[in-house]
Write a protein that binds this ligand. Structure first.
Ligand code: ADP
Ligand code: MG
Length: 567
């Protein structure tokens, strides 16, 4: 094909793709505009995963009637005027790209009434061109409606996930801004249901309660003295916010929120700084809950490096890293003279504190040995018969085979065994289920709520009996027997946090296996080790755990001879 100039409409759709990747990006841009307009109330309504409808309503300063069309042209903004302004951005938007980008890939209309005006303006746009305009009554503020997103860009539409997943991204965006702006009253309606509502009280803890629930809110510590207002000042940077006590650690980094001058950003540097502060306070593989805002002179940070403005570059990374780490560490030390690790909480049946071997975890005696051996009769990558010699460092089983020495990671090996068993039992609809003595309630965040709503069935197939029980609260009546005395709440959360992008069944099985397998550091008797090895010998893929890590190291007799210099 010869080189041609692209049709302007195609160009605008390509550019739009940078800003508007999915429905949640539209929500993010519109909410940012409402915040820039100084709104104290913002309601967001979505339908059909945001594809059929997104409506954002605010009570901000509105757009003067004469400027309404201009707001939808490319690179028009009221927020910066010159190149110098770009160096000290205080608003969330500044490129004048969002509205035209959205208009290029959806039908839009706007009703807006500027501050001090008694009548507003209605404008509707098709393919980015204003087709209809009239005066319309409205109190001060702006309502923007986006319909049929990506209808004319099938390539984009194809990449969207299920409405449940898109809803969960949207819920996450709104949750993050609700955390960043506790003084703003947010309401999120998804398919007619109120998914999130914050009071706009100005107190961060109130937003945390609405977004993450009471269990987390009860365990939050303030950074510095007094949340958003106080904070810890380290040279140029003021760090404010809240962090979770180590008692409420999570298995994913999804509970780390960072804001630079109240702009939601993702930053590995900041995540690292926070996690470093928890060094020694959390179990391995656990992550903290943290909501951290860094107030900086705008010249100290470049927000103009990413189309969605979600990544930033600090002028002095070291300074920011130290400021955050110090502020968080201080909050932890001050409030928790005696750090507790993973204290059980009141909202669910806590796993037994005692060290407990899996063998007895079902409460019926010899559990592991009483279960049938792994189902596969013809192992594909079989292990030879192994003789157990002993346990090393409380974590590895030392065994001898016909061809040398085997060091087996007991946790990884047990994970593999259980993973295959769980998958097999599920396939045969034979998952063993244990009813709880009393039903247990647990809370989820809006993002998890969206995922859970559409996945009861998958969870039920694995033995979880979960039903809705009011506002973002669920009732659990039964759990898989394997997890009965384990931290099954964590399994459910882990699975909900992994979203529905990947293979659900696989993630559930992996998480169940991981949480029910014997731990590293757990002493095993000779019988227990022998049983574990026997079951591993039967596994279809004994050499790796379900996460793909090796379960064993093999030192062949040839290698041993070479190592010891024998010929
Ligand atoms: P940017 O936010 O980068 O300026 P946008 O395309 O998002 O660019 O918006 C263009 C302009 O429209 C903004 O600069 C602002 O003046 C106006 N605008 C958009 N949304 C709102 C709103 N909710 N309230 C008031 N003004 C708005
Ligand atoms: Mg904007």
């Amino acid at each position: 094909m010869p080189i041609r100039v692209l049709d302007p409409q195609v160009v605008s759709q390509i550019a739009a793709g940078e800003v508007v990747e999915r429905p949640a990006s539209v929500v993010k841009e519109l909410v940012e505009n409402s915040l820039d307009a100084g709104s104290s109330q913002i309601s967001i309504e979505v339908k059909g995963g945001g594809v059929s409808l997104i409506r954002v309503m605010d009570n901000g300063v509105g757009i003067p009637s004469a400027e309404a069309e201009l707001a939808f042209s490319r690179y028009t903004t009221s927020k910066i005027g010159s190149l110098e302004d770009l160096e000290s951005i205080t608003s969330l938007g500044f490129r004048g790209e969002a509205l035209p980008s959205i208009a290029a890939v959806a039908q839009m209309d706007i009703v807006t009434c500027a501050v001090g005006k008694s009548v507003g303006t209605y404008l509707s746009l098709n393919d980015g061109i204003a087709t209809n305009r009239r005066s319309q009554g409205r109190s001060q503020g702006t309502t923007i409606t986006v319909r049929n997103l990506f209808r004319k860009v099938p390539a984009r539409l194809k990449f969207l996930k299920s409405p449940a997943t898109e809803n969960s991204h949207i819920a996450n965006v709104v949750s993050q801004y609700a955390l960043a702006f506790p003084e703003v009253k947010f309401t999120l309606l998804i398919d007619g249901r109120v998914t999130l509502r914050t009071p706009g009280s100005g107190r961060l803890i109130d937003s945390v309660t609405e977004v993450y629930g009471l269990e987390i809110a009860h365990n939050m510590l303030e950074i510095g003295d007094g949340g958003w207002e106080g904070g810890a000042v380290v040279s140029l940077a003021k760090v404010t916010g809240m962090v979770g006590s180590p008692a409420i650690s999570r298995s994913s980094r999804g509970y780390l929120s960072f804001f630079i001058n109240h702009r939601w950003v993702s930053s590995r540097l900041l995540a690292w700084a926070v996690e470093e502060s928890y060094h020694g306070l959390l179990m391995q593989g656990k992550h903290p809950v943290a909501i951290v805002n860094i107030s900086l002179p705008p010249q100290q940070v470049d927000v103009n490096i990413h189309p969605a403005k979600s990544e930033v570059k600090f002028q002095n990374e070291r300074l920011i890293f130290n400021a955050v780490q110090k502020a968080v560490r201080q909050a932890l030390i001050e409030s928790m003279p005696v750090p507790k690790i993973e204290a059980p909480t009141a909202t669910y049946v806590a796993p037994s504190e005692q060290r407990e071997l899996l063998w007895t975890s079902a409460g019926n005696g010899d559990h592991l040995t009483s279960l049938p051996l792994a189902p596969l009769q013809t192992p594909q990558v079989s292990l030879p018969v192994l003789r157990v010699l002993g346990q090393l460092l409380g974590s590895y089983i030392v065994a001898e085979g016909p061809d040398g020495l085997y060091l087996i990671d007991q946790h990884a090996a047990h994970e593999r065994i259980l993973f295959e068993r769980i998958k097999d039992q599920r396939a045969r609809q034979k998952i063993e289920v244990q009813g709880l003595l009393e039903p247990v309630t647990f809370e989820v965040n809006p993002q998890q709520d969206e995922v859970l709503k559409s996945h009861y069935d998958s969870l039920a197939e694995f033995g979880f009996s979960i039903e809705p029980f009011g506002d973002r609260t669920y009732l659990v009546r039964a759990v898989p027997t394997l997890l009965y005395k384990k931290d099954w709440v964590e399994v459910v959360r882990e699975v909900l946090d992994s979203l529905s992008g990947g293979d659900w069944a696989e993630s559930i099985a992996i998480s169940m296996a991981c949480h029910s397998a014997v731990r590293a550091g757990q002493a095993l008797t000779d019988d227990e080790m022998r049983e574990l090895i026997r079951q591993l010998e039967q596994a279809a893929l004994p050499h790796t755990c379900p996460h793909g890590r090796p379960t064993m190291i093999h030192l062949g007799s040839g290698q041993l001879k070479r190592e010891f210099g024998r010929s």
